[in-house]
Write a protein that binds this ligand. Structure first.
Ligand SMILES: *[C@@H]1O[C@H](CO)[C@@H](O)[C@H](O)[C@H]1NC(C)=O
Ligand SMILES: *[C@@H]1O[C@H](CO)[C@@H](O)[C@H](O)[C@H]1NC(C)=O
Ligand SMILES: *[C@@H]1O[C@H](CO)[C@@H](O)[C@H](O)[C@H]1NC(C)=O
Ligand SMILES: *[C@@H]1O[C@H](CO)[C@@H](O)[C@H](O)[C@H]1NC(C)=O
Ligand SMILES: *[C@@H]1O[C@H](CO)[C@@H](O)[C@H](O)[C@H]1NC(C)=O
Ligand SMILES: *[C@@H]1O[C@H](CO)[C@@H](O)[C@H](O)[C@H]1NC(C)=O
Length: 938
């Protein structure tokens, strides 16, 4: 078998980029993959959470069978549970989790415990349970992105257990729950020989009989470089594993239908789904339904995020922010268009932060109302430091609004902010009230012949803000204190849910040019922003009507002007079709056309393993030479398909077409063998076959992307311990010419990071190593996140690249015992009409940690619950009193302790209170296998 082929990513990565042939592989095949398993488990757990929420809120829930995976999709679930606008956030989260799951097969490929290879059951279990406590702690600190990453990693390990161990061969039809319980034992691990050689290619009976009859647990050994393994042990098998040629020959993995134990692939995949669901259910129990739905991105619509300069000259601006906040919240309160989250970051000098993140509009309003303008002294302020905090602390693809009247002092953070924009895909919009010249004009007035008299000057100190706005697809609006209130209308337009961009373009320097874009019939509220000084253009709608920029109202629509910012609101009719904007401005300008639509796309740059079996999302700019690969997911249902994915030069609109390949349900790889120089956008053109007419659509990324010939590699540890110092090695590689590369490292927590050395000398096509040292303060709570950006800039600063690392902080877990309950009394008289009678339950709950129980919630029951704490012989006891109508004869009380350990207290009047444990009959699993086979097609 051909072993290592040379990776395009250079020798260091060559080894890394080998993934296994694997584990529920990722390319389109007839086997079930990690991605498919993860997606289905998330859909199921989310379904349970929203069903339970509906039950508790007394709402009707439209039941659909979770046993028919074909009908259970992101779109159908969102439609059943909440507003259809929310599907993008949910899809993005599922992608995030499954992408990180795939990452394990690239960045943890040789670590046996990540795959339950080599009988590493205890280490594998610890990885899972430690990861679960990081997920729970991160959610408590509202660090959802870290929680999602960790979740993806541990789901991978958990799923691999069912493919790589002999759990299925032992005849088990249920998940091995001890793998998610830190206080349980993993017993009966085989301490003797486990396999015999396969007979040729037939491995059906290669596990020794006594292993099966004594129910001994084993897993396959796996190595790429060595063929040795302990005597008599089973191998993993498959084409990368060299131990499979050593006696006992063959393997036992069930990664695909063609693996050595491929006949058990469907069972293994089915139980891996159940096990993944069980893990998600534990997390859900620990954090509660509403936080679980938030973790799944299920409740994320739009975010209102303000970054505000609070120095003394800002009192007018702050008053305006208060007014806008009140108007958005009061107008939208209770409506579907209300933002789902609110974020506030004040900055001053030398202060910045803290970041406030809340789902409660009133909390946000009072935080904003408490802002006062004071201090500051000298002019430049720490704007970029505030932006760094906002970018790392808000959900991906947020629209961030920055208010300032001063230039930035901390300009050294520009490349950090650019890196964070590219990683989060968030947009920055600046409301700048420090314009130099009084350049107000009445809207509608425009230059005719002598433009030179009318050149509007922009404050040159604002250049950095213009650059950041352009890179992120936002606007830099230069207004006066007096006109600010006209510009803030942009905020209301941009926080609406399901916004999509159809065209984004920047011309700096300016250029006369005609832009065209396609508006499809699903798009509503088309709006066009044009930013620039001395704007001069004509706009033509699909029915041929034209309007020039000096007509505030005309055949095309209404043009509103506030200083350097114009908004075109088309007349309602004639929106679908091809639009033209003919620009004739001599000053730099930006154009953005957007609207609301359920159809959109998500994308990430990825690196693929050599055997194309797995991929990892890049945390940096992609390589400038060699192929560039994007993973693209479509949003909007299974009738939405891309026909073309292209990279569009940001300064010239040159299109580079990619090769498209479907790799999973609604997921595509687009490969480009050449890319535009400088910034570019991603554009997807596609068809929506559910619509009879005009099924064509076009969508574009609003942020600009770039490639680099530098690469910064660094591996984040599993977690950081408070009070300890992290030493993190990193490598800088260039595919271009050498020289002295400057290195900068920053973080969003104001920690002092030491980097050694401060610059690196690289040869042509060379590489060099450095180290950063980061002390984690002892009082940092578990679940905190530190985002570290390591940047390397080529000599002359023309090219730079970075690695953005989200580091999870976690103190070692000391309490692994879940709370327990004891029924004190039960009082039921449920004869006759159930609605006329009720029952009561009194239980004592305790937790060995001594800290006591943090929360008790009801699940699978509708009733009322009262709890009180008492101290009984030095032990904290929680007494829970539950009462419910006899029509709801069962209840499960969920007890959670301070560490997030979950204990369940189940009581049913119907079956004598036996612990309820849903299990699917065998035939269901087999059916599920078949259904998955058809449905997932991964
Ligand atoms: C879906 O989740 C529920 C609750 O955890 C579980 O009982 C059921 O078996 C799951 N369904 C599948 C097909 O995994
Ligand atoms: C950041 O750290 C510096 C030095 O440790 C300190 O002087 C400053 O007050 C800190 N700023 C904030 C906002 O915490
Ligand atoms: C707009 O169209 C009119 C009429 O065709 C033309 O006179 C004018 O120069 C155009 N303006 C621009 C900016 O292209
Ligand atoms: C780029 O992709 C093409 C096919 O899409 C392939 O032939 C070529 O080898 C790839 N180049 C590199 C450097 O991987
Ligand atoms: C772009 O590529 C797709 C296939 O990946 C092809 O169908 C389409 O025609 C190409 N478009 C252009 C403009 O070359
Ligand atoms: C950088 O470190 C890696 C291991 O971490 C080592 O293999 C490599 O040789 C080092 N490179 C240089 C240029 O020192």
């Amino acid at each position: 078998m051909g072993l290592l082929t040379r990776s395009s990513l250079g020798f260091v990565l060559m080894v890394l980029m080998q993934s296994r042939t694997v584990a529920f592989t990722f390319m389109l095949s007839t086997s079930v993959t990690h991605g498919g398993i993860t997606r289905y488990a998330i859909l199921n757990a989310t379904l349970q959470a929203c069903k339970e929420q509906a039950l508790q809120q007394g709402k009707e829930f439209v039941e659909f069978s979770s046993l028919q995976p074909k009908t259970l999709t992101e779109e159908s679930l969102v439609a059943a549970c909440s507003s259809p606008d929310l599907v993008k956030g949910f899809k993005r989260t599922i992608s995030k989790i499954r992408n990180r799951n795939a990452w394990v097969d690239i960045y943890r490929v040789f670590n046996a415990e990540y795959h339950f290879d080599d009988e590493s059951f205890l280490k594998g279990r610890d990885l899972i349970t430690n990861g679960m406590s990081i997920v729970k702690a991160s959610v408590k600190q509202q660090n959802y992105e870290t929680a999602r990453e960790k979740l993806g990693e541990i789901l991978h390990t958990l799923q691999d257990f069912y493919s790589h161990s002999n759990w299925i061969e032992l005849g088990n039809m249920r998940p091995y729950s001890n793998l998610i319980k830190p206080n349980s034992k993993i017993e009966n691990i085989a301490d003797s020989e486990t396999c015999r050689s396969c007979v040729g290619n037939d491995c059906t009976n290669n596990i020794l009989e006594n292993i099966i009859t004594e129910k001994k647990l084993t897993s396959g050994y796996f190595a790429i470089f060595s063929s040795s393994k302990p005597k008599g042990k089973c191998s993993h098998g498959g084409f990368l594993d060299r131990t499979k040629d050593t006696d006992p020959k063959g393997g036992i993995n069930k990664d695909s239908t063609t693996s050595e134990h491929g006949n058990l692939h469907n069972q293994a995949a089915g139980i891996a789904i159940a096990a993944s669901t069980e893990l998600l259910e534990d997390i859900r129990a620990a954090i509660g339904d509403s936080e679980f739905l938030r973790l799944m991105g299920f409740t994320q619509k739009s975010v209102l995020c303000f970054v505000i300069d609070t120095t003394s000259s800002m009192s007018d601006d702050i008053a305006e922010v208060k007014r806008v906040t009140a108007s958005i919240i009061d107008r939208k309160l209770g409506s579907v268009n209300q933002p789902s989250e609110y974020i506030l970051v004040p900055f001053n000098d030398p202060d910045f932060g803290p970041l406030t993140r809340t789902t409660d509009p009133n909390t946000f309003k009072s935080k904003v109302n408490a802002l006062t303008a004071s201090g500051g002294g000298d002019i430049p302020e720490l704007c970029l430091t505030g932006l760094q905090l906002a970018l790392t602390g808000s959900p991906p693809q947020s629209e961030i609004f920055v208010f300032t009247d001063a230039n930035a002092k901390d300009t050294w953070l520009k490349s950090t902010v650019l890196a964070l924009i590219e990683r989060t895909k968030s947009s920055l919009n600046f409301m700048l009230t420090n314009a130099l010249s009084a350049r107000r004009r009445r809207s509608g007035e425009r230059p005719h012949t002598d433009q030179s008299n009318f050149i509007q000057l922009s404050n040159p100190l604002n250049k950095i803000y213009h650059d950041l706005a352009q890179a992120s697809g936002g606007q830099a609006i230069e207004v006066t204190k007096e006109t600010l209130s006209q510009a803030t209308s942009i905020i209301g337009n941009t926080i609406a849910a399901s916004l999509v961009t159809v065209l984004q373009a920047v011309r700096n320097p300016a250029k006369a040019e005609t832009f065209s874009f396609l508006v499809d019939s699903s798009l509503q509220d088309l709006t066009i922003y044009i930013t620039g000084n001395s704007l001069f253009y004509n706009i033509t709608n699909p029915s041929g009507a034209s309007q020039s920029s000096d007509q505030t109202s005309g055949d095309v629509g209404i043009i509103q002007t506030v200083d350097n910012f114009q908004t075109v609101h088309p007349n309602i009719a004639d929106v679908a079709g091809v639009w033209l904007i003919s620009m004739n401005s001599e000053e730099p300008y930006t154009i953005e056309a957007f609207g609301k639509s359920p159809i959109d796309f998500l994308f990430d740059f990825v690196e693929l393993s050599d055997n194309y079996q797995s991929y990892a999302v890049l945390n940096s700019r992609p390589a400038a030479d060699g192929n560039l690969t994007l993973i693209v997911s479509m949003v909007g249902g299974d009738t939405v398909r891309p026909t073309e994915v292209a990279l569009i030069g940001a300064s010239n609109s040159n299109a580079y077409n990619g090769t498209l390949k479907e790799v999973a349900f609604g997921m595509y790889l687009a490969t480009f063998d050449s890319v535009p120089a400088g910034g570019f956008f991603v554009r997807v053109t596609g068809m929506n076959t559910s619509r009879a007419s005009n099924g064509l659509f076009q969508r574009q990324s609003s942020i600009q992307l770039q490639t680099s010939s530098i690469k910064v590699t660094a591996q984040a540890p599993e977690s950081l311990e408070p009070g300890k110092t992290l030493t993190l090695p990193f490598t800088v590689t260039t595919t271009g010419s050498g020289g002295n590369f400057s290195i900068s490292v920053s973080n969003d927590r104001n920690l002092t990071v030491i980097k050694l050395p401060s610059s690196l000398t690289l040869e042509d096509q060379g590489s060099a190593n450095g180290t950063i040292t980061l002390p984690v303060p002892g009082n940092t709570p578990s679940g905190s996140e530190i985002t570290v950006t390591i940047e390397a800039a080529a000599p002359g600063g023309k090219d730079f690249n970075y690695a953005v690392l989200r580091l999870a902080v976690a103190a070692p877990v000391t309490d692994i015992t879940p709370p327990v309950c004891e029924v004190v009394s039960i009082n039921a008289n449920c004869l006759g009409n159930c609605s006329l009678s009720s029952w009561e339950l009194l239980v004592n709950m305790s937790d060995s940690s001594g800290v006591g129980i943090q929360s008790v919630t009801i699940r699978q029951g509708v009733g009322s619950l009262n709890t009180s704490s008492v101290l009984d012989q030095g032990v904290n006891i929680t007494m829970a009193f539950y009462t419910a109508s006899c029509c709801f004869p069962q209840v499960e009380l969920v007890m959670v302790d301070a560490e997030g350990n979950v204990g369940l207290c189940y009581k049913s009047l119907v079956n004598n209170g036996a612990q309820h444990h849903p299990v699917l009959p065998t035939f269901m699993w087999l059916n599920l296998g078949i259904i998955l086979y058809q449905f997932m097609q991964l």
